[in-house]
Design a protein around this ligand. Structure first.
Ligand SMILES: Cc1cc2nc3c(=O)[nH]c(=O)nc-3n(C[C@H](O)[C@H](O)[C@H](O)COP(=O)(O)OP(=O)(O)OC[C@H]3O[C@@H](n4cnc5c(N)ncnc54)[C@H](O)[C@@H]3O)c2cc1C
Length: 1077
């Protein structure tokens, strides 16, 4: 699994602590500082619910599939069938046959239903919206805030690209494929500026879709609008913008009387995160590209009686009253629980916080690990063992498969950073340029002065295609004994500091060696070097268990070379839990903005598909209840476990390459034990605590003896803050997860309760009121928990899993190589599948020719944004006078009216105070400044030693890597000044923020008063541009007209740049309050 799912402390592939700092995310989270806890105490709840609770608009939760093989015991029985207070997608399904053409009265989505009887004179079925923009409607620059300094705007665009998982400075490989023969290499910068600008619009307010016109407004010149058109299409189709529960444009369908044609029918099997995400996206895309002739339909078929798949927030019955408001149902997470960081590209940020505005609880570090006698483990010892574990893990990284990077065309970093374009055209296409660059013949292609500038274009920095991403060897260069000494370990007598581990014998033993074998060997060799005790062994194995949680498998099953093939894609920010249940997320996707056509309790048994996909033959989806659905496209989102089990038959059988990938990849098990108590007896302010376990033979020093037991309740989640009840969830990882599948409930509950009594000796630990034990391996709709890279797996297997076959497509976490085994990975796979289906229907995005018309004489290379803006664009926008001989439309007048009001408002109140810039909160970055040169020296030395070249220099990545290690290894004393500085910064940030919030809300209040007065003094009906009454003369006690309905150019409490200007007039894209605050 890509990312460990515990709280922030164990965030990268089971590596602990400071690793997060390598990614510039947050301070080490293994131990929480008091500073942190205070802050989280105040800010732990983020977001504001729009809906009281998404459970309320959902279907009934059923337990009969328990769900997922989980079982409940205890004093309270789970009478979930009696829980009928929630409507269900089943309601919309009748029992009539659903072969081929569905009667519209059935569960079509409202939009389709509404349009079902409408017709069109157009013979077309489904047409892409032409990429060639209507130049009349395009207003270059209209989405670029006029008041914002170009570099600030540029930084916002760059951040938006990062927040969308795109490189702001380079084309995505698919963008490059589409554009390389049409785009001049010098225009890559312009394209990227536009594309990043569109992303900026989206990330600033994902409640509202970005329109095509807004996207065109990101071009700075009419000449670039085709680039904007392409960028918009590409971002929309690939789910980088306008995804999730975003509004759908109203149907612009003419109501004439001819019969409406049936558009394509897409059937999605599975209503988990990938299936629902895909369905929601297809609904949007079909609307985006609809014409008025045809209705496309998206139907989701789900085997269970509920939606959500591996996200299941099980209602708890033990307590009638919870700590929460009545709209929150107390639930416990049977499956996914943790959002592993919202920052740096997690699409769930947009959905959870941006669109559904669900409240989240930010997780704090693990506080205590308890030993077998129930005593808390000494922090120092714990830290030393943690470092030793990290060291072994690092050294096993030497055998990692080296990823290859195929660089794509880059723009000019300098220009992008400063928000400028490069408008010259030298007739050399991106393809020609990139090919020459890769071949090292760029000098022959272009005179030197025309070679693009910027970091990516310095020849010395060029990495040719196929070169290893980074050379990881330097990480393991230091002798192990020396390394251990610096961690605080004392070496055994006779062990020299130059002694090191030799893992080659095991590591290179076979191509399918496991991570576990090498790590076990590492521990064994360290036993010879260090005076390790059985307590150290228990601690080390606690970390092994945690790695096994992240991967849902014993480390002895993980591929040594590829277990962390998704490395580098981790998101940043605090880990979080959705308060009131994660299931609100799939339910939100199902419901908003209009309900999807989801048919539950309908297990699919067979899929007959068209392997060639060219004959236009329909696919047939056979269900267990005897119904058959005909479809143009089928998307299978069932788990890898389901595929492997063969419970769905494919006809023709899946090709060998697909079967081989299914067999090679791993699908593991991770289970949970939910314990509901009457009263908490643990520290409810801590989110989790750990537990060390005895090996098979008590006190054993044999690493093999630990593997069976180490994952048994190794971690307890305290879920009081997210479930509203005194709930603990104990984890069963590695072998323990498998054992639980066959053990009785009584055995498991007996053991976990006695472990708790051992820890909390001073409290009375009663029998739990209610218990639930998941058994995901037995669950017939999943057959396990999540995928992992098994020892036989090959690089690229996840891509094979994703690959479509004719009209059969695949989505699901196990098809997402960049973020496998996660909710966000499942969601991203759904977006990918939706984009493939759309492409198969519409064809590739049309690239207009010429993509960029010949340069007009005015355009200057490198013209900064600001320079072009000195004529009409002061904020608020310039008002066009109402001419005597023209009759402007009501909307134009209304626009001008609003602008006049805003002009007056700004004149009186001034602009809103800009949001204060945040002072950095990452101690590692401070440390980095001080130690960069030292790290560079070390890295250069290492580089010289390995390359045997006395002049070799380390790359920046290597230096960063060294810095990361230096930070991890730095003593508390060394780190203290940085941590203290961060504490000061945090305090300052908080003060600045509070002051700003106060000022801005005061300003906002004044704007309302002002607007009321101004509108009173200048009624729209008689208003003429230029004759607005200065409101200073207007009575302050005027009654309030409809001024609140006038939209402001920006939310006053949004960022400084919100006054976007449209060719001299002002448009708005307000940040939602949730984002702004
Ligand atoms: C115990 C556990 C803990 C986890 N913790 C986390 C976490 O903290 N954070 C995180 O990001 N991820 C976590 N995950 C992983 C995450 O839950 C999954 O990666 C994600 O939910 C998978 O979504 P999906 O759509 O790919 O598959 P699923 O959610 O499995 O959806 C597939 C759907 O297909 C349906 N289906 C299957 N077969 C058929 C059939 N024959 N006919 C009709 N329908 C069928 C299933 O019922 C299911 O609803 C956890 C998973 C488990 C099991």
């Amino acid at each position: 699994m890509a990312t460990s799912l515990t709280g922030g402390d164990i965030n990268i592939k089971g590596r602990v602590s400071c690793d997060s700092l390598d990614h510039q995310s947050r301070p080490a989270k293994r131990r929480r500082s008091s500073q942190q806890s205070d802050l989280i105490g105040q800010n732990g709840f983020i977001g504001k619910p729009l809906e009281p609770n998404l459970f309320d608009c959902q279907q009934k939760s059923t337990m009969d599939d328990c769900v997922d093989g989980s079982q409940s015991t205890g004093r309270m029985s789970r009478e979930l069938d009696a829980d009928t207070s929630h409507n269900t997608p089943n309601e919309s399904v009748t029992s009539a046959s659903i072969i081929s053409h569905f009667p519209f009265k059935k569960s079509v989505s409202p939009s389709i239903f509404l349009r079902a009887d409408l017709e069109s004179s157009s013979p077309s079925i489904f047409k892409p919206t032409p990429s060639t923009p209507d130049t009349e409607k395009c207003k270059p620059r209209s989405s670029i805030p006029a008041r914002l300094p170009a570099p600030v705007y540029a930084q916002q665009c760059i951040s938006a690209a990062f927040a969308s998982r795109l490189n702001p400075y380079a084309l995505h490989k698919n963008e490059q494929m589409a554009l390389q023969d049409h785009l001049c290499h010098l225009h890559v910068t312009v394209y990227l500026n536009i594309r990043n600008g569109i992303l900026r619009l989206w990330t600033r307010n994902p409640m509202v879709r970005v329109t095509r016109e807004e996207a065109f407004g990101c071009a700075k010149d009419q000449r670039w609008v085709n680039l904007a058109a392409f960028a918009y299409e590409w971002l929309v189709r690939n789910g980088y913008i306008n995804f999730g529960c975003v509004d759908v444009p109203d149907a612009l369908v003419l109501n004439n009387r001819r019969r409406r044609k049936d558009g394509p029918v897409v059937v999605i099997i599975g209503a988990g995160m990938s299936g629902l995400g895909c369905a929601r996206q297809l609904e949007y895309l079909f609307r985006q590209y609809r014409d008025n002739a045809a209705s496309a339909r998206v139907i989701v078929i789900e085997g269970r009686r509920r939606i959500g798949g591996r996200i299941y927030s099980h209602p708890l019955k033990s307590h009638q009253a919870t700590r929460f408001a009545p709209e929150f149902r107390p639930t416990a997470e049977m499956g996914a629980q943790i959002v592993v960081g919202f920052e740096r590209g997690n699409p769930l940020d947009v959905i959870i916080r941006g669109q559904l505005a669900l409240r989240c609880h930010l997780l704090r570090d693990i506080s205590t690990i308890y030993d077998i006698d129930g005593s808390p483990v000494d922090e120092l010892r714990d830290a030393m063992d943690e470092r030793l574990y990290n060291d072994v893990l690092d050294r096993s990284g030497l055998y990692r498969h080296q990823a290859v990077m195929s660089p794509t065309a880059e723009g000019d970093r300098e220009l992008i950073n400063s928000g400028r374009d490069w408008s010259l055209d030298d007739g050399v296409s991106v393809r020609q340029y990139e090919e020459a660059r890769a071949a090292g013949t760029i000098g022959l292609l272009l005179p030197a002065k025309r070679i693009r500038r910027g970091v990516g274009h310095k020849t010395s920095d060029l990495v040719s295609a196929g070169a290893p991403l980074t050379d990881l060897r330097s990480a393991e260069d230091r002798p192990a004994a020396l390394e251990c000494q610096s961690m605080g370990w004392k070496l055994r007598d006779g062990v020299s500091v130059n002694n090191t581990l030799n893992l080659d014998l095991v590591g290179r033993a076979s191509d399918s060696q496991t991570l576990g074998a090498v790590m076990d060997e590492g521990v064994r060799q360290y036993q010879r070097m260090l005076p390790l005790t059985s307590k150290d062994m228990r601690l080390l194995n606690w970390h092994f268990a945690n790695l096994e949680y992240a991967n849902a498998a014993n480390v002895g099953k993980l591929s040594l070379s590829g277990w962390d093939q998704d490395m580098g894609n981790e998101f940043e920010g605090e880990h979080a839990q959705v308060i009131g249940g994660y299931q609100q997320v799939p339910r939100g996707l199902w419901c908003f903005p209009t309900k999807l056509d989801v048919r539950t309790n309908k297990a699919v048994t067979k899929v007959v598909y068209d392997i060639a996909g060219t004959s236009g033959r329909k696919a047939m989806v056979h269900c267990e209840d005897g119904e058959t659905v005909s479809a143009d496209k089928v998307i299978f989102t069932g788990s890898l476990g389901v595929l492997r089990h063969g419970s769905v038959q494919f006809q023709p059988p899946l090709p060998d390459w697909k079967i081989a990938a299914i067999d090679r990849l791993g699908f593991g098990i991770m289970n949970k034990v939910v314990l509901v108590f009457d009263e908490p007896f643990w520290d409810v302010d801590r989110d989790m605590f750990g537990l060390l376990r005895e090996p098979k033979d008590a006190g054993s020093m044999d690493q093999g003896d630990y593997s069976a037991n180490r994952g048994r309740f190794y971690l307890f989640w305290n879920c009081v803050k997210t479930s509203g009840l005194p709930v603990l969830i104990a984890l069963l990882a590695g072998d323990a997860a498998h054992q639980a599948e066959h053990q009785t409930d009584a055995e498991i509950i007996g053991e976990v309760t006695s472990q708790l009594r051992n820890i909390f000796k001073n409290a009375t630990v009663p029998d739990p009121l209610e218990t639930i034990i998941t058994r995901w391996g037995l669950d017939k709709f999943t057959r396990g928990s999540y995928s992992f890279v098994a020892s036989e797996a090959l690089p690229g297997d996840y891509d094979l899993m994703a690959k479509s076959i004719g009209n059969l497509y695949f989505a699901g976490e196990a098809t997402c190589g960049t973020h496998p085994a996660t909710v966000h990975g499942a969601y991203l796979s759904g977006l990918r599948a939706a984009s493939e289906v759309i492409e198969s229907i519409l064809g590739p995005i049309h690239v207009p020719t010429p993509l960029v018309p010949a340069k007009s004489k005015q355009t200057e290379p490198g013209t900064p944004v600001e320079q072009k803006r000195n004529e009409p664009s002061s904020v608020p926008g310039k008002i066009q006078a109402r001419s005597n001989n023209s009759f402007p439309s009501e909307s134009t007048l209304r626009e001008a009216y609003e602008q006049a009001m805003w002009t007056a408002l700004y004149a009186e109140l001034g602009p809103p105070e800009p949001r204060p810039a945040k002072i950095g909160l990452n101690p590692f970055l401070l440390y980095q400044k001080d130690f960069w040169y030292k790290a560079k020296e070390r890295s250069d030395d290492a580089r010289r030693a390995t390359s045997k070249n006395p002049n070799a220099k380390a790359t920046r990545d290597e230096i960063r890597h060294t810095l990361g290690r230096m930070w991890r290894d730095a003593s508390e004393l060394e780190k203290r000044p940085y941590l203290e500085q961060i504490a000061v910064n945090r305090q300052t940030n908080s003060e600045l923020w509070d002051r700003w919030k106060e000022n801005i809300s005061e300003w906002e209040k004044k704007t309302y008063e002002f607007k009321d007065r101004w509108c009173e003094a200048n009624p729209f009906e008689i208003w003429q541009p230029g004759n607005s009454i200065k409101i200073a003369f207007v009575s302050q006690t005027a009654t309030r007209p409809s001024s609140r309905t006038i939209s402001a150019p920006s939310q006053p409490n949004a960022d400084v740049d919100d006054n976007d200007s449209v060719g001299g007039t002002t448009v708005e894209r307000p940040d939602p309050a949730t984002k702004a605050l």
